[in-house]
Design a binder for this molecule. Structure first.
Ligand code: NAG
Ligand code: NAG
Ligand code: NAG
Ligand code: NAG
Ligand code: NAG
Length: 619
C-alpha cells in the first residue's frame, strides 16, 4: 500500500517538479515528438515506388478534394482541379513548343500571380528543375542569375517582357528559347505562350514524363545574396524540397486553414513555407501580388485567413498602420516567419490579439534551422538536446573587425560561453547536407568552414551571429561582414560596390549598411574614392545605380573619401564607417543623399538628416 501511494505520488509529483525546475521540459518533449513524426512520414514517403515528389503530393490533394479552393486571387477562385487542368495545359503546350525534357532546367521570371503556380506545377510534372528568378533583377544581374542555373528556356510574365528584351542578345547567343505569358508577342526571337496554352490539351502528364528524376535531382534554384558578389543560386534538390514542405504542417496547419501569401513566390518564405506548405496540408492560398499593410487586415477578414507569414519588417509595418476598433476581429491564429524583434512582437500581440507567433530561423541554403516552440518572446528557438544530437551546431567566437572566426594557437575555433554572441556553424552531415550554389564552386567553398573543433572536420558557416542564453533560448543578433538586410532582402555589399566601380568616376567603393531609427535592418551606404581628374556627378550616379541594382540595394547615402581605409590584413575597414553612420554633423567628408524626386544624389544637409531620423522622409 505504501509503495503504491509512493508510486502514485511520484506520477503526480514528477510532472509538477519538472514544470517548476525544468519549465520547458514538456515543450521540449512535444517538440521532439513532432520532429520524429515528421521524420517518419518523410522516411516512409521516400520509400515509395515510383518516386514520390512534391508534385505527387499536389496530385493526391487534387484527387482528394478536386473542388476545394486552392488559390484565390483578385476575386477569382481556382480549385485544386482547375490548377491541375491549367498546369496540364501549360505542360502540354511546353512539351509541344519547346525542347524541354525531363532533367532540363527552365527559368521562371514572374511575380505573384496564379500563372506562376500553374507554370511551376507544369514544369514539375515534366520533370524539369525551375530557376525562380527574382522579378526585381535586371540586365547584368538577370543574365548572371539565368546563366548560373544552366536553364535553356525562359518563361516570363508579360509585364517583364521589357526586362527580357534588355538581355535578349545574350540569350540569343546562348540559344535560349524565350516564352512570354501573353497571347501575342511581336518581338523577334520571343514566343507567346498564353495562346498556345489555351489551345493545348488538358490531358494529364504521365508519370513516365518524370521517371528519370531522383532525390538528388535539382528541383528549384532559389537566389540568395547570402555572402558576396552577384546573387547566387541555391540548389534545392528533390529530397530537400520534400522535407521543406513540412514547415506549415509541423506548426499545426491543417487543410481547414486559409493561408495569406503576399511575400514573393521566388523566395523561400513565399515558395517553400507558403506555397509548398499549402500543398502539403491541402489548404487554401489567398494570393496577393505584393504585401500591402493598409489592405492586410481587411483582406484577412474578407477571406477568413487563419495563417499569415512575415519577414522582419512585415509585423512592424502592420503595427505602424493607424489603430482601428476592429483590430482584434479576425480569424488569424498563427503567424509564421523570421526576423521579428522582441518589442515589435509584443506590440503586435497587444494590438491584434492572441495570435500564435512561430518565429523560426533558417536560410535557403543552410543545413540548420530552429523554431520557437515554447512561446518565449524574441527567441528564434531553443537548444533541444535531441535536435542538437541530430543536427550538431555551435556558436564560435568571431572577430567582426577582421571578419573571420577567432582561432586558438592550434588553429581551431573557440566555442563561446552561454550569454555571448557567436557565429553559428553547423556540421555538414548526411542528414544535414549542404547542397551549395549552382556553378559557383568558389562561393560554395566559402560557406564551408574546416578545422573547427578537430583537424579535418567540416561545418557550414551560416554567416549569422546568434546568442544562446542561460535558459537555452536562442536569439538572432546580427549578420556578419559582407551582407546586410534591408526591406527583408539580403544586400551583398560586394555586388553593390562592383556596380559603383563600373561608373565613370568611382575608383574604389566600400559598401555597408547603416541603422536608421524606426527601421529594421540597415540601409545601404557607400564610402567611395573618386578617379583622378574626375568629379562626383549625382545625377549620373543616380541613373547608373538605378539601372543596375534592385531598389532595396541602392546606396541611399554616399560618402566621398580621399582614400579607402584598410585594416592590418588589408580588408576594408567597415566597422568604423558603420558606426559613423550618415550624420553630416559628425562626418567631415562630402556626403550625398539619394533623392528619388530629384532623380539625383544631392548634398546631405542637417535638415534632411533630421527629417529622416524623425520619420518625415520615408526610406
Ligand atoms: C474585387 O471585387 C470588388 C467588389 O466586387 C471590387 O471592388 C474590386 O475592385 C475587385 N478587385 C479586383 C482586383 O478585381
Ligand atoms: C551568360 O551566357 C551568355 C551566353 O553563354 C554570355 O554571352 C553572357 O556573357 C553570360 N553572361 C553572364 C553575366 O555571365
Ligand atoms: C467567412 O466566414 C463566415 C462565417 O464563418 C462566412 O459567412 C463567410 O462566407 C466566409 N467567407 C469566405 C470568403 O469564405
Ligand atoms: C513563440 O513565442 C510567442 C511569444 O510569446 C508565443 O506567443 C508563441 O505562442 C510562440 N510560438 C509557439 C509556441 O509556437
Ligand atoms: C540532395 O539530396 C541527397 C539525398 O538524396 C543528399 O544526400 C545530397 O547531398 C543532395 N544532393 C546535392 C547535390 O546536394
Amino acid at each position: 500500500m505504501f509503495w503504491l501511494s509512493m508510486i502514485l505520488g511520484c506520477l503526480v509529483i514528477t510532472p509538477l517538479v519538472l514544470n517548476v525546475f525544468l519549465p520547458y521540459f514538456w515543450h521540449d518533449v512535444l517538440y521532439f515528438k513532432d520532429l520524429m513524426l515528421i521524420l517518419c512520414k518523410f522516411a516512409s514517403r521516400r520509400r515509395r515506388k515510383p518516386l514520390f515528389l512534391v508534385v505527387d503530393r499536389f496530385l493526391e490533394q487534387a484527387l482528394k478534394h478536386p473542388d476545394k479552393p486552392f488559390i484565390v486571387f483578385e476575386n477569382k477562385t481556382y480549385s485544386y482541379k482547375d490548377a491541375d487542368r491549367e498546369s496540364n495545359k501549360i505542360a502540354n503546350a511546353l512539351q509541344w513548343h519547346s525542347y524541354l525534357k525531363q532533367g532540363a532546367t527552365a527559368a521562371l521570371y514572374m511575380g505573384n500571380e496564379p500563372a506562376f503556380i500553374f507554370t511551376w506545377l507544369a514544369l514539375a510534372k515534366l520533370g524539369c528543375a525551375v530557376a525562380l528568378l527574382n522579378k526585381n533583377v535586371r540586365s547584368r544581374s538577370l543574365l548572371h542569375c539565368f546563366n548560373c542555373s544552366g536553364a535553356n528556356v525562359l518563361i516570363a510574365s508579360s509585364e517583364l517582357k521589357g526586362a527580357v528584351e534588355e538581355i535578349q542578345n545574350s540569350l540569343k547567343e546562348g540559344g535560349v528559347s524565350v516564352f512570354i505569358m501573353s497571347r501575342d508577342c511581336h518581338t523577334l526571337g520571343m514566343h507567346s505562350l498564353a495562346d498556345k496554352v489555351e489551345e493545348a490539351s488538358d490531358a494529364p502528364i504521365p508519370q513516365s514524363a518524370r521517371s528519370s528524376i531522383t532525390f538528388n535531382s535539382p528541383a528549384v534554384y532559389i537566389y540568395t545574396s547570402g555572402t558576396t558578389g552577384l546573387p547566387k543560386a541555391a540548389v534545392i534538390n528533390q529530397t530537400r524540397i520534400l522535407a521543406a514542405m513540412a514547415v506549415l504542417a509541423s506548426n499545426g496547419v491543417t487543410e481547414g486553414d486559409v493561408i495569406y501569401v503576399n511575400l514573393p513566390l521566388y523566395h523561400t518564405a513565399g515558395f517553400v513555407v507558403g506555397f509548398l506548405g499549402s500543398i502539403e496540408t491541402g489548404s487554401t492560398i489567398i494570393l496577393r501580388r505584393k504585401f500591402s499593410a493598409s489592405r492586410f487586415w481587411d483582406e484577412c477578414r474578407e477571406y477568413n485567413v487563419t495563417v499569415i507569414q512575415y519577414i522582419g519588417e512585415v509585423l512592424r509595418y502592420l503595427c505602424n498602420t493607424p489603430k482601428r476598433d476592429n483590430d482584434k476581429e479576425h480569424k488569424v491564429r498563427l503567424a509564421i516567419g523570421n526576423g521579428v524583434r522582441a518589442e515589435v512582437w509584443r506590440e503586435f500581440l497587444n494590438r491584434f490579439g492572441q495570435i500564435k507567433v512561430r518565429e523560426f530561423y533558417a536560410s535557403t541554403e543552410s543545413n540548420i534551422g530552429f523554431v520557437n516552440y515554447t512561446g518565449k518572446i524574441g527567441a528564434v528557438g531553443r537548444v533541444n538536446f535531441l535536435h542538437r544530437k541530430l543536427f550538431p551546431y555551435t556558436l564560435i567566437k568571431y572577430d567582426t573587425e577582421r571578419d573571420e572566426p577567432v582561432r586558438d594557437s592550434k588553429g581551431l575555433c573557440i566555442e563561446v560561453p552561454k550569454g555571448e554572441t557567436g557565429l553559428l556553424v553547423s556540421r555538414i552531415t548526411d542528414i544535414a547536407p549542404f547542397t551549395g550554389y549552382a556553378r559557383n564552386q568558389q562561393h560554395t567553398e566559402k560557406k564551408k568552414l574546416r578545422d573547427v573543433f578537430q583537424k579535418g572536420d567540416l561545418y557550414f558557416n551560416s554567416g549569422d551571429l546568434l546568442m544562446i542564453d542561460h535558459d537555452n533560448f536562442i536569439y538572432f543578433q546580427d549578420r556578419v561582414g559582407d551582407t546586410f538586410r534591408w526591406k527583408g532582402e539580403n544586400v551583398a555589399t560586394t555586388e553593390v560596390s562592383d556596380v559603383l566601380t563600373l561608373s565613370d568616376f568611382v575608383k574604389e567603393a566600400n559598401v555597408y549598411g547603416v541603422k536608421v531609427p524606426g527601421h529594421e535592418g540597415r540601409i545601404g551606404m557607400a564610402a567611395v574614392t573618386i578617379r583622378e581628374g574626375e568629379q562626383f556627378d549625382g545625377t549620373k550616379m543616380f541613373s547608373h545605380v538605378t539601372r543596375y541594382l534592385p531598389l532595396y540595394a541602392l546606396p541611399r547615402f554616399i560618402r566621398i573619401q580621399d582614400s579607402v581605409e584598410v585594416t592590418a590584413t588589408f580588408k576594408q575597414m567597415k566597422m568604423k564607417l558603420v558606426e559613423a553612420g550618415f550624420n553630416p554633423a559628425l562626418i567631415p567628408d562630402p556626403l550625398f543623399f539619394l533623392d528619388e524626386k530629384e532623380k539625383s544624389y544631392i548634398p546631405m544637409t542637417r535638415e534632411i538628416y533630421s527629417s529622416i531620423t524623425s520619420g518625415h522622409i520615408k526610406l
